[in-house]
Design a protein around this ligand. Structure first.
Ligand SMILES: [Zn+2]
Length: 250
């Protein structure tokens, strides 16, 4: 590609363009790194954990309820048998001493069994209480996660809308600036910008490149001093287009 020439005015427009591109890059970076993105990710993870915990707590609750019903039924059966045996004992229909003795010992062992089963029922009630508390705590956690997520989402959306508006403004301004830049100069700027990581042109200010912050050597400065105003100069060091202004210190 041949050497690009452009009027000093057109070259100055590159500085406006570079400012706008910097602003657009900043906005893009901000859009991608909003703290709300990370917050929402954490909230989603918390919501997933709460969902799992809720399923576990509800499963435990229904298992325990079933166990409790079974234990209560067992208690009831034992009680019925005790009542029946007792009625036979009290009714006086059993006259054989051996039969009486065996009935009495059955009642004793049934009562022991009843006591054991009632203890099981009590223990199950306690476990049910614990599981209910865990289920309620998990449901409350789900509610608070969902409320927090709504608030963070609203904050993120407001920030994104603000960024989008600022980016649209900068893009409009960029289109206006580009209209005043010759095509070959713009092509050079874009090529440099792609290679130099975002900023394609920089001001030469007091002998220093504002793009890479390096000071130019005396030899480089005298070469630039000797160049015609419409010659487009590049900084050897960072390859950016160096734009001369009254502040260049030439
Ligand atoms: Zn430079």
């Amino acid at each position: 590609m041949g050497f690009v020439k452009a009027s000093p005015e057109a070259q100055l427009r590159l500085l406006e363009l570079a400012d706008l591109d910097t602003e657009l890059a900043r906005l893009d970076h901000r859009r991608r790194t909003l703290p709300e993105h990370a917050e929402l990710e954490q909230l989603n993870a918390r919501a997933a954990r709460a969902r799992d915990a809720l399923v576990a707590a509800e499963t435990e609750l229904s298992d325990l309820s079933r166990e409790q019903e079974r234990a209560e039924r067992d208690v009831e059966q034992v009680r019925t048998r005790i009542d029946k045996d007792q009625a036979r004992l009290d009714g006086g229909a059993v006259s054989s001493a051996r039969e009486l003795e065996s009935l009495q010992s059955e009642v004793v062992s049934l009562k022991r069994r009843q006591g054991d089963l009632e203890e099981v029922v009590l223990e199950l009630m306690e476990r049910l209480e614990g599981a209910t508390a865990r289920r309620d705590a998990t449901a409350a956690e789900q509610g608070s996660v969902s409320a927090e997520a709504s608030a963070v989402t609203a904050r993120r959306d407001a920030a994104l809308a603000e960024i989008t508006e600022a980016a649209a403004k900068a893009s409009d301004a960029r289109a206006g600036v580009i209209a005043g830049v010759p095509a070959d100069l713009l092509a050079l700027y874009d090529k440099v910008r792609a290679a130099a990581g975002g900023v394609g042109a920089a001001m030469l200010r007091r002998g220093r490149c504002e793009g890479c912050r390096e000071s130019l050597s005396m030899a480089e400065l005298s070469e630039i001093r000797a160049a015609a105003p419409d010659e487009v100069i590049r900084h050897e060091e960072c390859r950016r287009i160096l734009v001369r202004t009254s502040e260049s210190g030439l």
